[in-house]
Design a protein around this ligand. Structure first.
Ligand SMILES: [Zn+2]
Length: 171
């Protein structure tokens, strides 16, 4: 007989392995997007997700992916809830997630800017910080484009090794 806690843990492990559509080397657990998974007395699985970057179209895909995996694992009643408060910050990306980004040549975000209380601004505030090159570690890098293939990443170039690299913006 599976205990409620054991069952919730199993459901968590299934849900947490869903990759992020925009940063596929990261799982929802690495991103800190998966806030919780509970299994109700009637067997309904409730997974709570917090969307990442404002307007990221990836959220719909993540929701569908989590639901599909849980159904595939035998949970017939699945509910995905979106949690907007507290809002996601790039600080929630785990150490493991940052390691994976660097391993893939993508610079992880620095410390997120402090947020004022109240409504979350819908713009990504421009930040001025040194982004070390994920390949050679040099700090002599420049931003070549504020937006990369996806809005959550910027494009940089290393002046030391001359390699372009993507960088996940902090928010
Ligand atoms: Zn470099």
């Amino acid at each position: 007989m599976v205990t409620a806690v054991g069952n919730a843990r199993r459901a968590w492990h299934i849900a947490e392995q869903v990759p992020d559509p925009e940063l596929p080397m990261l799982t929802l657990a690495d991103l800190g997007v998966l806030r919780g998974v509970e299994v109700g007395a009637d067997g309904t699985v409730v997974a709570r997700l917090t969307p990442t970057y404002s307007g990221c179209p990836a959220m719909a895909e993540m929701r569908a992916d989590v639901a599909a995996r849980l159904r595939g694992a035998g949970y017939t009643r699945v509910e995905i809830r979106t949690v907007l408060d507290p809002p996601w910050t790039s600080d929630w990306i785990t150490a493991e997630g940052r390691r994976k980004l660097t391993e893939h040549g993508i610079a992880p975000p620095g410390a997120a800017p402090r947020r004022a209380a109240g409504p979350v601004p819908l713009v990504l505030t421009p930040t001025r910080r040194t982004v070390p090159c994920p390949r050679c570690g040099a700090t002599d890098t420049e931003e070549t484009s504020r937006f990369s293939a996806t809005s959550c990443k910027a494009l940089h170039r290393c002046r030391a090794c001359r390699e372009p690299f993507e960088y996940v913006k902090e928010i």
